[in-house]
Design a protein around this ligand. Structure first.
Ligand code: NAP
Length: 520
């Protein structure tokens, strides 16, 4: 039987008492390790995190906590090879795709280490200037932000076991809030190993970082009113969590990142083969194939003027055809596996459902697998679908509503700019839309038109071809999250991320009281 990974809770390494759930190599089919959370005393472990971890973190300044993040960066960098090996085995990703997760995590931590250092020796944040409540200013209101005195529970998705932990933990720990992470079972190994390395290195105070691997049973029951819950995953699970009494009755603050039907839009006035056209084609192919399309930010819908439908279909398909799919250990392979047989089946089902309302422009099934057994490997070639004409784009409802979490996108022709915006809005709120064009005024107008229903609008013009950060790359400096279907969450965005981990209060007092904080 494979190794059983330990949980870290209440300051101790603990095995579950059950048989455990096995994690598999999605390419070779081998059992790798097992996880189990049966029998853990979650209420006691959570109390330890709040009382020991929280108190120790809050006793430090932002600068001191930022230093800890810096130390974590160094440790993770030193162990990168081990993390890459786990990602290859457990996520089936090629090196470049593992980098998005692992190096993306390290970069995000490093960014928060720098941002935190600039906050200096403070232990809380002033929010705005004092406001006069009496005519002569003799009585004033000052808003302050204090780290919450609960813990932050992260329930994470399978596709980012490294980045998904640290993009949340960096602002939480910097804020002085202890973290309990429950990784998705399928890929829990990498999260567990990183937590183990950081805990064993003694960088953080006891209770500051805990990990529970395996079933989520009982986690929400152990939450208390000042705790926080940050969830990344499917809309169905999100709906369950919102209804839980911890949220409904105890007002546990929740952040949700869920499904998203992200868009790429080629503006009008761009010819086939123009710089903007080529940038769209390149980005769509990259987004479809990076991590086999298992990215919450990946482009799912590609909007082009209807006169350019055939040209765009041909250009994207030609690039997709060159994608080699299979065993990530083979240097010739550009796209590895989906995460599990279950995901493979879900993607195939979703693809079938979309096909009922669309034509196939590039068929993923035409990609022979390199160095991988199709009966075992969870690999699938990239598929481009299309809704044929503007009328077809309107009639197809599934493409605007159903997220196929794999290398699948649909080309959607539009009549005019207003039509394109209306179709994009049928996604009911997304993480990101990217715009491609060469006319700055048109790009600026379209960006504002879409900003209310997206967390991020990524504008690509020829001037930024070599420097833009990529449609799907989540940069810690920019907001990550989206309204509506995308879950309504907000993460990252520089120091804005700290808001979730702080409580705002107004203190009303004489200026002589309030001025003491301004003096430090
Ligand atoms: P999922 O089934 O909802 O699982 C997500 C997490 O929730 C896992 O850790 C899972 O644990 C846990 N979970 C499942 N049922 C639960 C319950 N009843 N109570 C508490 N926790 C529960 O989602 P998924 O299929 O793994 O993830 C793919 C989805 O995540 C996609 O739809 C994608 O769009 C979304 N996603 C969004 C973002 C974003 O930032 N917006 C990022 C990545 C992924 P187990 O694994 O143990 O079941």
């Amino acid at each position: 039987m494979s190794e059983l990974l330990l949980n870290h809770l209440g300051g101790r390494w603990l095995p579950g008492t059950g048989a455990g759930t096995a994690l598999f190599d999605p390419v070779l089919g081998d059992e790798l390790v097992r996880v189990d959370a049966t029998g853990l005393d979650l209420p006691a472990g959570f109390a330890y995190a709040r009382e020991q971890g929280g108190a120790a973190l809050r006793a430090l300044s932002y600068r001191q906590r930022a230093e800890m993040l810096g130390a974590i960066v160094k440790l993770l960098q030193a162990n990168r090879d081990a993390y890459y090996a786990i990602a290859t085995a457990n996520s089936g990703t090629v090196k470049n795709d593992s980098a998005v997760d692992i190096d993306g995590a390290i970069y995000t931590l490093g960014t928060y280490a720098k941002l935190g250092a600039a906050l200096g020796e403070q232990r809380f944040l002033l929010d705005g200037e004092p406001a006069a409540l009496a005519k002569d200013g003799a009585f004033q209101s000052q808003h302050v932000q204090l780290p919450v005195r609960g813990l932050a529970l992260f329930i994470n998705a399978f596709n980012f076991p490294a980045w998904g932990l640290w993009e949340k933990a960096a602002p939480a720990l910097l804020s002085g809030v202890p973290v309990v992470v429950k990784p998705a079972t399928a890929t829990a190994w990498l999260t567990q190993r990183m937590v183990q390395d950081v805990v064993d290195a003694g960088i953080l105070p006891a209770g500051a970082l805990s990990v529970v691997c395996g079933s989520s049973a009982g986690l929400l029951d152990a939450l208390q009113p000042f705790d926080l819950l940050s969830f990344t995953g499917s809309a169905d699970t999100a709906a369950l969590l919102r209804r839980h009494r911890a949220v409904a009755e105890r007002s546990v603050r929740v952040n949700i990142e869920a499904d998203s039907i992200n868009s790429a839009l080629l503006l009008e006035g761009e010819a086939p083969g123009s710089a903007a056209f080529d940038l769209l084609v390149k980005e769509v192919v990259r987004e479809m194939t990076v991590k086999s399309g298992q990215k919450c930010t990946a482009i799912r819908r590609v909007f082009v003027p209807q006169a350019l439908y055939a040209a765009a279909a041909e250009a994207i398909s030609a690039r997709l055809a060159k994608t080699t799919v299979g065993n990530p250990r083979n240097e010739a392979v550009r796209m590895g596996a989906l995460v599990s047989r279950a995901q493979l089946a879900t993607v195939q089902q979703g693809l079938q459902a979309l096909k009922a309302q669309a034509e196939v422009l590039h068929d993923g099934a035409t990609h022979a697998l390199v160095d991988a057994d199709p009966a075992l490997a969870c690999c699938v070639g990239p598929s481009l679908l299309g809704t044929r004409d503007a009328a077809g784009s309107e009639a197809a409802d599934r493409v605007h509503a159903s997220e196929v979490f794999g290398p699948v996108a649909t080309l959607v022709p539009y009549r005019d700019a207003a039509h394109a915006l209306e179709l994009i809005r049928r996604g009911e709120g997304s993480l990101v839309a990217s715009l491609y064009g060469s006319d700055d005024a048109r790009l600026a107008d379209a960006a504002l038109e879409l900003a209310d229903c997206h967390g991020r609008v990524h504008v690509v013009s020829p001037a930024v071809a070599a420097v833009h950060s990529g449609h799907g790359n989540v940069m810690p400096q920019s907001l990550h999250g989206g309204p509506g279907r995308a879950g309504g969450g907000e993460e990252l965005g520089g120091l804005r991320a700290l808001n979730f981990y702080h409580r705002r209060a107004a203190v009303q007092a004489a200026p002589g009281v309030l001025v003491r904080w301004a003096q430090g």
